[in-house]
Design a protein around this ligand. Structure first.
Ligand SMILES: Cc1cc2nc3c(=O)[nH]c(=O)nc-3n(C[C@H](O)[C@H](O)[C@H](O)COP(=O)(O)O)c2cc1C
Length: 369
């Protein structure tokens, strides 16, 4: 039921484990596959390995920030790591990163020889400004993809950055260059926080924000690409439960990847996501998850297509036993009042912004015509 064909790769399910230090070597990748992932992406492999700065990963309740992380294993060392990674079966995608087309295609052809099933070119890293320039430049991404596609027989995916004004243009460049798919998104440039007693940021440079914080950006990037370019998409960013995976698929993704949640909760959470996806599909009588791919795009208009709808809020059942009064404080139009446990909306004041329907924990407010 969850079997997925992604760019010709036959995945047992659409949930992959994303590129990152949890997949830094053969052992880690093998563990990712044994935890039930449909595929695992290696940490990005570069031609010049550099010493990692310390500290380099911070987190809070909503996600993480990391700075400059690549595989610390030289490309030649990946021959052995790939053997280990693939020793119990499963699909391994080799992630490569570099500043030039010849660099990435050289790494890709090595990984093909070592047994990778596909290549993912990581064209961005929010901590490394030169790579962010690559990620926003459709011509450079085109050249990189084209050279890589001609260097290997494997499917080539390009992992895009949200830190660009034109993700559609870059995705189109990937397609035009013969790329088989895109992954969206990498981490988003940011600073997680500052210790106000010492005036020291949590990490000492700008980094890539991941996890819960970035899911809205990942969802929007996937939807934008799906609406504008006909290319298989792998959605990534802030997935920590099966519902998030379904959101990505409904907005056009064929498969998804999980990173930060695996880092913070362990790989076993993948098995849970896969099991819950299976149950959801059964309960909703889907034979195949491709039946829901892009389903939410029909309900996603461009702003220009939005029509004026004179909708206003209505109290859904007059009595409200909640003590929160969140709807009253959130109503900037002073349209909501509560007396003796009963909420009412002054429909002449309500302008239909809709906020009360989202803040109410008891689902007491609805917007209608
Ligand atoms: C610590 C850490 C290291 C990462 N390293 C890589 C990497 O080597 N290559 C890459 O393409 N993405 C890397 N990423 C980005 C993730 O693969 C993923 O795109 C991003 O974190 C968003 O997904 P998430 O919210 O599920 O983590 C890294 C992310 C984190 C948190």
């Amino acid at each position: 039921m969850l079997k997925t064909d992604f760019m010709g790769l036959k995945l047992s399910n659409p949930v992959m484990i994303a590129a990152g230090p949890w997949n830094r070597d053969g052992k880690g990748i093998k563990e990712s596959l044994e935890a039930g992932a449909g595929a695992a992406v290696t940490e990005s492999i570069v031609s010049d390995t550099v010493l990692d700065v310390r500290p380099r990963i911070s987190c809070d309740d909503n996600g993480a920030q990391n700075i400059r992380l690549y595989s610390d294993i030289q490309i030649e060392g990946w021959e052995r790591e790939m053997d280990i990674a693939k020793s119990s079966g499963g699909i391994v995608i080799g992630s490569v990163s570099g500043n030039t087309a010849s660099e990435v295609s050289y790494l890709a052809s090595k990984l093909e020889r070592f047994g990778a099933d596909a290549i993912e070119i990581s064209v961005s890293n929010p901590a490394v400004e030169s790579l962010e320039v690559v990620a926003s430049n459709a011509d450079v991404v085109y050249q990189m993809t084209k050279e890589c596609v001609s260097a290997v027989k494997l499917p080539v995916i390009v992992k895009l950055s949200q830190n660009t004004t034109n993700i559609s243009k870059v995705a189109k460049a990937v397609k035009d260059a013969g790329g088989s798919g895109v992954t969206a998104i990498n981490t988003v440039r940011g600073i997680l926080g500052v210790d106000i007693d010492s005036a020291v940021p949590m990490l000492s440079t700008y980094g890539g924000i991941s996890g819960e914080y970035i899911r809205p950006f990942g969802l929007a990037s996937v939807a934008t690409i799906a609406q504008t370019v006909d290319i298989p998409i792998c959605g990534v960013g802030g997935i920590s439960e099966y519902k998030h995976a379904i959101e990505y698929i409904m907005l056009g993704a064929s498969a998804v990847q999980v990173g930060t949640a695996v880092m913070l909760e362990g790989r076993d959470m993948i098995r849970k996501i896969v099991q819950e996806l299976e149950i959801w599909a059964q309960d909703n009588e889907f034979d195949d998850l491709s039946e829901i791919r892009g389903k939410a795009l029909d309900n996603l208009k461009s702003f220009e297509e939005m029509k004026f709808e004179p909708a206003v809020a209505r109290a859904n059942g007059a009595s409200c036993n909640e003590n929160c009064e969140k709807c009253i404080s959130a109503c900037m139009y002073n349209a909501i009042t509560k007396k003796a446990g009963s909420i009412s909306v002054d429909r002449s004041r309500c302008t239909g912004c809709g906020l009360c329907t989202f803040v109410c924990p008891a689902n007491k407010l609805k917007l209608d015509l």
